[in-house]
Design a protein around this ligand. Structure first.
Ligand code: C2E
Length: 919
C-alpha cells in the first residue's frame, strides 16, 4: 500500500464498509494510477488491493479497450462523470472480465473515484438471449407461413416477411405500431373479428378467410399469449381454387344434367332409376321423385337391358338404340337411346340418354315429301337440271336436260360437265375459292346430233365443313331462240335489210377500224357510189324491181371486192366501198372494176337495164385525216363524177369543195330571189313545121341575181328543185306566163299557146290543179292557150295519182306535153294511160353526141307511133336547116330552136312577132 493522505476516522469506517462491497471500488490519481481499491478487486480481477495499488489502471484493461479508456479518462478529468461504461478487462489469470464502470473526478481531492461491476455473466446471458432471439426470428422467417404477434394493445410486436407480404406489415418500421394503423383494410374483416374473439376468450382460433387486397385465401391460426396474440396464416389459394373448380365443375355437370336437351336417366345395378333430369321428367311425365326407384322397364316400350346387353355394357361397350319409349300416361314416342355403364363409389350404374325423335321423324317425313315435290318439279320443269359431284361427273339429270342435249339419261350420267358443255361458264369449280353461285351466265351445250344449244345457266356449289366442294347443281334454259333474235336484231341494227350489206352505223365503225389499223405508207380509199339510172328504173318498173336492181348491184359489189373490204348501203341507190390500198392507182383500179361490174346489163322485169354508176373517191390520209372528212370528200367527189357525165369515177379535189361552196352560195342567193323580184320570163317561139307560123311560146325562167348576176336555169333549177324553192317560183312563173300571154293575145289579136315548165315537185303538190284553175281564172287566159310541160320522171312518179290529176287538167282544157322525151326510160306504151297531147323530143333524140343526125327511120318510126297515139311531136333545139329538113321529112309537127328564134324578153318577142307577121 502506498503512502496515502490520512483519512478521517469516519473515512476509515467508510473504507471498511467499502471493502465489504461486492463492487470493485477504486480511487485513482489524475494520471490514472490506482491509489486504492477495495477487496472486491480480488474477486473480480484476481489481484489483492496491495498488488494493484500504484499501478496504472490502463495495464488492467484489455489492449483493445485502452484507447477508449484513455478518452474516457480525459473526459472524466474535465468533470464529466462516466456512467455504466462496459469495458473488457483482463484478470490476473489472463481471463477477460467485463466491468461496467462508473467514475467521477473530485477536484477538491484531486482524485478520480471509480466503481466497477462485474457484468461478465450478465453480458453472456444477454448474448445468449440475443442469439436465441435471432434463432427464433430466423426460424419464423424461414417457415413458409406468415406470422405476426401483437400485444394486448394491438401493437405489433413482431411480423415475419411473409406476413408483411400478405398484410402489408413491414417488419422493421412497424414494430410497435397499432396493427390497424398499419393495415387499415383489416377493419371490419373476419380476421379482426377472430383476433378479438381469441384475445377475449383466451382460446386459440382457427378459420379460413379471403384476403381481398392480395386476392388470397388464408388459413389462419391465432394463439393468445400472455403478451397478446400470435397469428399464423397459411396461403390456401391453390387448394381453394382447386376445390372451387371441383365445385363449379360439379355444379356445371349438375346443371348440364338438368338442362340437357335430351332426357338422361340413371339406373342402379338392379335397373331401378336413381336419377332423371328435367328433360326426362318433361318427356316421360314423371316427377323427379316419382322417377326414383322406378324400374327402367316402366319407361321402355320393350325390354332393353337384356342379359346380353348388360354383359356388353359391362365389357365397356356403349349402345345406340332406336326404340319406342313409354310415358307415364302410357303413350309412346320414338326415341334414339344411347346406353352406357359407369361406376361410382364402387357401385354400378347404367345411364340412358334418350332423344325424342318425334320431331325429327316428322322433319324427316317432311323432308322426304319436300324431296318428292322437288323431284316432281325437276322432272316437270322445262329447264335442264344437272347435279354433278366434286369431280364434275354427272350424278343426276332431268328429262328437260335430256331433250335439250339430245342424250338419254343413261348416256349423260357419269360424263363430266366439260363433256356436256362446249364452253362451261364456271372455271375452277373445285377450287377452294370457287364462286358459290353463278347466275344468268350464257353457256353452250353440246347436242347429241352435233352442233350446240345456247343456254342460260344458273348454278351453285355445295361444300363440306372444310369448304371443299361436294357437289354442283345447275339449271339451264334454252335461249337459242333469243340468241337468234339477238343476232337478227344485231343484224338489223347494223345491216341494210334489203341487200344485207352493212348499214351506215356499221360502215362508220368498220371504216374507223380500218383507219386506226392503216399501216404507215398505205392508204384507205373510201368510194361513194351512186347508181346513175336507179331512179328511172324505180320510176319505170316500180319499187319491187328497183329493189331487184339494188340487190344485184350489192351482189356484184361483193364479187368485185375482197373479204377484208367494206361494202355498205347508205340508203336509196347510195353505196359506199372502203378498201385499204397502196394509193390512188389502186383506188382507181378498184373503182374501174366496180364501174365495169355495174356496166353489165341487169335483167329487170324482163328487160336488160344498164344501171351504171358514178363513184367519188377520197383517200386517207391524203385527202382527209378523219372518217367524217373522208366521207364528206368522197361524197363531194361523187357529185363531181355525176356532174362530169356519169358512169365514171372521180378522185376528190379541193376544187370540188369550192364547187360545193359555190352551190351553197347559189342556194343562199336563190332563197330571197322571188321576194326581190329578180326573176323574169323569156319566151321562145314554137313554129308549125308545115306552115312555119308561130303557134306557141315556151316560157323560160331567167334569174338576174343582185349578188351573182345572170344565172342560167341549168345552174339554179336543179337547186330550186332540191330545196323545194321551185314550188313558189313555179307558181310565180305560171301566173306571170298566163298573165303576159293573155295580154299578148289581146295585143296580137290571135290565139297563142304558152308552154310552161312544171317540175315534179310542183306536180306533187296536192292543190296543183286548183292552182292552175285559179291562175287561169285570175289572168283570164283561155285554158286551151296553156300548155304544161311535164318531165317523164314527174309523170311516172305516182302513176295513178298523176293520171287522175292530168285528167282533171285535161277537163280544164289545158294541153299537156311531155318534155325532154327520149332521155328517160319511158316507152310510148305508158303514155297511153295518160291524157298527153304533145311529145317534146329532146335535142339529143335527134342529134348524136358527135352532132350527126340520128337514123331517119328510127325518128320517123317514133313520130309515126306518136301520131298513131294521137300525140303531136315537137322537136326542140333546132339549130340548123338540115335538122329542120330532117324533122319535116320525119313528119314532125312543130319545131323550136335557135334557127327560128332564141328565148327573149316579152317586148323583144312582141317586136319579133310583129316582124315575123309582117315578114
Ligand atoms: N342548145 C340549144 N338550146 C336551145 C335551143 N333552143 C332552145 N334552147 C334551150 O333549150 C331549153 C329548153 O327548155 P327545156 O328543155 O324545157 O329545159 C329548161 C327547163 O327544163 C328548165 N326551165 C327553164 N325555165 C323553167 C321554168 O320556168 N320552170 C321549170 N320548172 N323549169 C324551167 O331549165 C331548162 C333550161 O332552160 P334554158 O337554159 O332556158 O334552155 C332552154 C332553151 O334556151 C337550140 O337551138 N339549141
Amino acid at each position: 500500500m502506498m503512502n496515502a493522505p490520512a483519512l478521517p476516522a469516519s473515512a476509515a469506517d467508510y473504507i471498511a464498509h467499502i471493502d465489504l462491497a461486492f463492487e470493485l471500488m477504486a480511487v485513482l490519481d489524475a494520471s490514472g494510477r490506482i491509489v486504492r481499491v477495495n477487496a472486491a478487486a480480488g474477486d473480480i480481477l484476481g489481484y489483492t488491493p496491495a498488488e494493484l495499488a500504484g499501478r496504472p489502471v490502463l495495464e488492467l484493461l484489455h489492449p483493445d479497450e485502452r484507447a477508449d479508456l484513455a478518452a474516457l479518462g480525459a473526459e472524466v478529468l474535465q468533470g464529466h462523470a462516466c456512467q455504466e461504461r462496459e469495458l473488457r478487462w483482463r484478470r490476473k489469470d489472463g481471463q477477460p472480465v467485463y466491468l461496467s464502470l462508473s467514475a467521477c473526478w473530485s477536484e477538491r481531492a484531486g482524485l478520480v473515484y471509480a466503481s466497477a461491476r462485474d457484468v461478465t455473466a450478465h453480458r453472456a446471458a444477454r448474448e445468449e438471449l440475443k442469439l436465441s432471439r435471432e434463432r427464433l426470428n430466423a426460424m419464423l422467417e424461414s417457415i413458409g407461413d406468415a406470422f405476426f404477434a401483437i400485444d394486448r394493445d394491438w401493437r405489433i410486436i413482431y411480423a415475419n416477411r411473409k406476413a408483411a407480404a400478405f398484410i402489408g406489415v413491414a417488419v422493421g418500421p412497424n414494430v410497435g405500431r397499432p396493427l390497424l394503423d398499419v393495415s387499415p383494410e383489416l377493419e371490419g374483416t373476419p380476421f379482426i373479428a377472430h383476433y378479438r374473439q381469441a384475445l377475449a376468450d383466451g382460446q386459440p382460433g382457427f378459420f379460413e378467410a379471403f384476403w381481398e387486397p392480395s386476392g388470397t385465401w388464408l388459413e389462419v391460426r391465432c394463439y393468445p399469449t400472455p403478451d397478446g396474440l400470435s397469428v399464423y396464416f397459411h396461403d390456401i389459394t391453390a387448394k381453394r381454387t382447386a376445390l372451387d373448380a371441383v365445385h363449379k365443375s360439379e355444379k356445371r355437370f349438375r346443371s348440364l344434367f338438368q338442362q340437357a336437351g335430351d332426357s338422361i336417366v340413371i339406373a342402379d345395378h338392379d335397373l331401378r332409376i336413381v336419377a332423371a333430369n328435367g328433360r326426362a321428367c318433361a318427356s316421360f311425365g314423371y316427377t323427379e321423385a316419382e322417377f326414383v326407384g322406378l324400374p327402367v322397364t316402366r319407361i321402355d316400350g320393350h325390354h332393353t337391358y337384356t342379359p346380353g346387353m348388360l354383359a356388353s355394357l359391362r365389357a365397356g361397350h356403349t349402345h345406340l338404340l332406336r326404340m319406342t319409349k313409354r310415358r307415364k300416361d302410357g303413350s309412346r314416342f320414338p326415341a334414339e337411346v344411347h346406353v352406357s355403364r359407369f361406376e361410382d363409389g364402387g357401385q354400378e350404374y347404367f345411364q340412358a340418354i334418350v332423344r325424342d325423335l318425334t320431331e325429327r321423324e316428322e322433319a324427316e317425313r317432311q323432308l322426304r315429301a319436300s324431296e318428292q315435290r322437288f323431284r316432281e318439279v325437276i322432272e316437270m320443269t322445262p329447264a335442264g337440271y344437272v347435279l354433278a359431284g366434286a369431280d364434275g361427273r354427272v350424278l343426276d339429270v332431268n328429262p328437260a336436260l335430256c331433250s335439250l342435249s339430245g342424250h338419254a339419261r343413261e348416256a349423260l350420267l357419269g360424263r363430266t360437265l366439260d363433256d356436256l358443255f362446249d364452253t362451261f361458264p364456271w372455271h375452277g369449280l373445285a377450287a377452294h375459292d370457287a364462286q358459290e353461285h353463278v347466275q344468268g351466265v350464257e353457256a353452250s351445250l353440246r347436242h347429241a346430233q352435233g352442233g350446240h344449244v345456247h343456254v342460260l345457266f344458273n348454278g351453285s356449289v355445295r361444300r363440306d365443313a372444310a369448304g371443299n366442294v361436294t357437289s354442283v347443281t345447275g339449271l339451264m334454259s334454252d335461249i337459242t331462240g333469243r340468241k337468234q333474235a339477238e343476232t337478227r336484231l344485231q343484224q338489223l341494227a347494223t345491216h341494210d335489210t334489203l341487200t344485207g350489206l352493212p348499214n351506215r352505223a356499221l360502215l362508220h365503225e368498220r371504216v374507223q377500224h380500218m383507219l386506226d389499223a392503216c399501216p404507215q405508207g398505205r392508204a384507205v380509199a373510201v368510194m361513194f357510189l351512186d347508181l346513175d339510172r336507179f331512179k328511172e328504173v324505180n320510176d319505170s318498173f316500180g319499187h319491187d324491181l328497183g329493189d331487184v336492181l339494188l340487190c344485184e348491184v350489192a351482189t356484184r359489189l361483193r364479187k368485185v371486192m375482197r373479204p377484208g373490204d367494206v361494202i355498205a348501203r347508205l340508203g336509196g341507190d347510195e353505196f359506199v366501198v372502203a378498201a385499204e390500198c397502196a394509193g390512188p392507182a389502186d383506188a382507181g383500179a378498184i373503182a374501174q372494176k366496180l364501174l365495169d361490174a355495174l356496166g353489165l346489163p341487169v335483167r329487170v322485169g324482163g328487160q336488160d337495164v344498164n344501171a351504171g354508176g358514178s363513184i367519188g373517191i377520197s383517200l386517207f390520209p391524203h385527202d382527209a385525216s378523219t372518217r367524217e372528212l373522208l366521207f364528206q370528200t368522197a361524197d363531194t367527189a361523187m357529185y363531181g363524177a355525176k356532174r362530169a357525165g356519169r358512169n365514171r369515177y372521180r378522185f376528190f379535189e379541193p376544187a370540188m369543195t369550192l364547187a360545193a361552196q359555190a352551190r351553197m352560195a347559189l342556194e343562199m342567193a336563190l332563197r330571197p330571189a322571188l321576194a326581190r323580184s329578180e326573176f323574169e320570163l323569156h319566151y321562145q317561139p314554137r313554129v308549125d313545121l308545115r306552115t312555119m307560123r308561130v303557134v306557141g311560146l315556151e316560157a323560160l325562167l331567167r334569174w338576174n341575181s343582185a349578188d351573182l348576176g345572170r344565172v342560167s336555169p341549168g345552174e339554179f333549177i336543179g337547186i330550186a328543185e332540191e330545196t323545194g324553192l321551185i314550188v313558189p317560183i313555179g307558181r310565180w312563173v305560171l301566173e306571170e306566163a298566163c298573165g303576159q300571154t293573155r295580154r299578148l293575145i289581146e295585143r296580137q289579136g290571135r290565139a297563142i299557146r304558152v308552154s310552161v315548165n312544171v317540175s315534179a315537185r310542183q306536180l306533187a303538190q296536192a292543190g296543183f290543179v286548183d292552182e292552175v284553175r285559179d291562175v287561169l281564172a285570175r289572168t283570164g287566159l283561155p285554158a286551151a292557150c296553156l300548155e304544161l310541160e311535164l318531165t317523164e320522171s314527174a309523170l311516172i312518179e305516182d302513176m295513178a295519182r298523176t293520171a287522175a290529176m292530168l285528167d282533171e287538167l285535161r277537163v280544164l282544157g289545158v294541153k299537156l306535153a311531155v318534155d325532154d322525151f327520149g332521155t328517160g326510160y319511158s316507152g310510148l306504151a305508158y303514155l297511153r294511160r295518160l291524157p298527153i297531147d304533145i311529145l317534146k323530143l329532146d335535142r339529143s333524140f335527134v342529134l348524136q353526141d358527135d352532132g350527126r343526125i340520128s337514123a331517119f327511120d328510127f325518128v320517123k318510126a317514133f313520130v309515126d307511133m306518136a301520131h298513131a297515139l294521137r300525140l303531136s311531136v315537137v322537136a326542140e333545139g333546132v339549130e340548123t336547116a338540115d335538122v329542120l329538113e330532117f324533122l319535116r321529112a320525119a313528119d314532125c309537127d312543130e319545131v323550136q330552136g335557135y334557127l327560128m328564134a332564141r328565148p327573149m324578153p316579152l317586148d323583144a318577142l312582141e317586136a319579133w312577132l310583129d316582124a315575123a307577121t309582117e315578114g
